[in-house]
Design a protein around this ligand. Structure first.
Ligand code: GAP
Length: 524
């Protein structure tokens, strides 16, 4: 690895995603729309590959349970818009709120628990130690921004020296060194002294107040309270509404799961960090219905299984951790939750959520049973008893998963033709192979094209005959393509092509009729 460039890793990843067609800002030609992103040609393929891997490992080939037998999990695709009562029963209308605060000076709005307040100690001219409360939104280089602002404030107010001023010393422990706390957890008195993230004066942030995150719309021609509906903020509720139909129409019996992948919408107060927190995103959720007395075992089972699954997708164990929620953090429906967290560049040295595994108990089925007046109990014939199953829910973000894959894959190495490249797991890479004729003559293009037409039936690949071979390798490296196949003069004589391996840049000679099997083995 060589020296890293000045710009932050995250801004380089965002730039690469745009340059190479992974992810674009939505509606960019109209100036963009905050919290919305579009997936370009490479991005949609990467996203689909992650989605397909999840579907395969959940629905088509579910894990083996603790008793050594394969689990029973079926798929579903429910509507985005459901009966509005759904969201009253689920608690979302009453309780799906974030605390927000407005800045009176800049008119900007923030999630109150996302404004992190740093206690910056300074020595004033008389030698007394005082404190500045500087609010900041987490992100790249947050500490640098806080210290810069603190200096500006001191300059404006007649001077003073900041006590902890060496960013490098404290970067790893800055949360402790600056006693960083969310704005929402501060006393009323302290809140009044905070400098808002974009404000120049203290005390401009309003007292935090709740804000419902659901997007509203109307069904039919009249737009009034009676026709109001919501875009789903999670895919889970569609599963609960269909639980009885699935039981009645299939042979599944508890313990069993229903899995769904699809769009979810949340009017996030502060969408940020690229596709980490957006207003439209995709989820991969599975509700696992089990007898109440087995629920603790299944909770543990799913936390371990999901952590292991993310490692299999290429996320390194050191960048993943399990975090069990404190009691006061639990969602309104949950009695226990553990998150799978990832070390994103913008959360480092902390980790951020990738997936949540929640023990939802019988909260949702109880609610829907009471409000719909439909009996949702399961009759266990073997033991002659009816009960409402308890639910364990592994809920992950598909789009957030793509972000974790991109962060993990991003490499910078000046010794390569393309210093920036993506070390994606071959099975997830959008394009598996690039096929090149060494030169555009002497029969090489014909052989390469024939090979391309054959290989593309088996896996996504690209034919590239433009510019030098080095430039073609570089283009493929940036796209995360694991293999490049070159047809050269020797191919015409001995039927061998050269396969160049992305991760090592090493080359191997492989017989042209063995190429498909060679690559299929590597990507399976
Ligand atoms: N059904 C439970 C549920 O929705 P959640 O923790 O709110 O739980 C599950 O969401 C996952 O969905 C998160 O772990 C995250 O990966 C993803 N997610 C949630 N909000 C998101 C947002 N605004 N943007 C992108 N992904 C989001």
């Amino acid at each position: 690895m060589s020296n890293q460039p000045e710009t932050s890793v995250m801004s380089r990843i965002v730039a690469l995603c745009k340059r190479r067609g992974f992810i674009f800002p939505a509606s960019e030609i109209y100036g963009g729309l905050n919290g919305f992103w579009d997936f370009g040609p490479l991005g949609v393929q990467l996203k689909n590959n992650l989605r397909d891997a999840w579907w395969r490992d959940m629905v088509l080939c579910p894990p083996i349970g603790p008793d050594g037998k394969p689990l029973s999990i079926v798929g579903l695709d429910s509507s985005i818009i459901q009966h509005p009562q759904t969201w009253v029963s689920s608690g979302h209308v009453g309780g799906f709120n974030d605390l927000m605060t407005d800045c009176r000076e800049t008119k900007l709005r923030y999630r109150a628990d996302h404004v992190m307040v740093f206690n910056v100690l300074y020595e004033d001219k008389k030698g007394t130690i005082e404190t500045l409360l500087i609010g900041s939104i987490d992100g790249d280089d947050v500490l640098h921004g806080v210290l810069k602002k603190a200096k500006k404030v001191l300059q404006k107010n007649g001077g003073g020296t900041i006590c902890t001023d060496n960013e490098n010393d404290v970067a790893e422990i800055y949360y402790k060194a600056f006693n960083v706390r969310p704005f929402s957890s501060l006393s009323d008195e302290d809140q009044k002294s905070v400098y808002g993230p974009d404000a120049s004066e203290p005390g401009t942030l309003t007292e935090p107040r709740p804000f419902n995150l659901m997007f509203e719309s109307y069904v039919g021609v009249f737009q009034n309270e009676d026709s109001k509906v919501y875009l789903r903020p999670e895919t889970a509720q569609g599963i609960f509404l269909n639980y009885k139909s699935v039981l009645d129409s299939t042979r599944v019996r508890p313990p069993f799961g229903i899995a769904q992948v699809g769009k979810a919408f949340r009017n996030e107060v502060t969408p940020r960090n690229f596709i980490f927190r957006t207003r439209e995103f995709e989820q991969m959720e599975m509700e696992f219905f089990c007898p109440p007395e087995e629920s603790a075992t299944w909770f543990e089972f799913w936390v371990c299984t999901r952590l292991g699954w993310w490692k299999e997708q290429g996320l390194s164990p050191g960048n993943l951790l399990r975090r069990d929620h404190e009691k006061d953090e639990l969602s309104h429906y949950s009695t226990a939750t553990a998150d799978v967290e990832y070390l994103y560049p913008f959360t480092a040295p902390d980790f951020g959520e990738l997936e949540g595994i929640a023990h939802r108990g019988d909260f949702d089925l109880t609610q829907h049973q009471a409000h719909s007046k439909t009996k949702l109990e399961y009759f266990d014939q073997e033991n002659s008893k009816s009960y409402l199953p308890h639910v364990i829910e592994p809920a992950s973000g598909l789009t957030r998963g793509v972000l974790a894959l991109l962060c993990e894959a991003y490499q910078y190495d000046e010794s390569r033709a393309s210093p920036e490249w993506l070390k994606l797991k071959p099975a997830l890479a959008p394009v598996k192979a690039g096929i090149f004729p060494l030169v555009n003559k002497d029969g090489m293009p014909e052989v390469a094209e024939k090979l391309y037409l054959d290989l593309r039936k088996a896996f996504p690949c690209q034919y590239d005959a433009k510019q030098s071979i080095g430039k073609r390798y570089a283009r493929m490296d940036e796209a995360g393509t694991p293999f490049c196949i070159t047809v050269d003069g020797d191919t015409l004589k001995d039927q061998n092509v050269t396969i160049r391996i992305r991760d090592t840049a090493q080359q191997e000679k492989v017989q042209i009729d063995k190429v498909k099997t060679y690559i299929q083995q590597k990507i399976s």
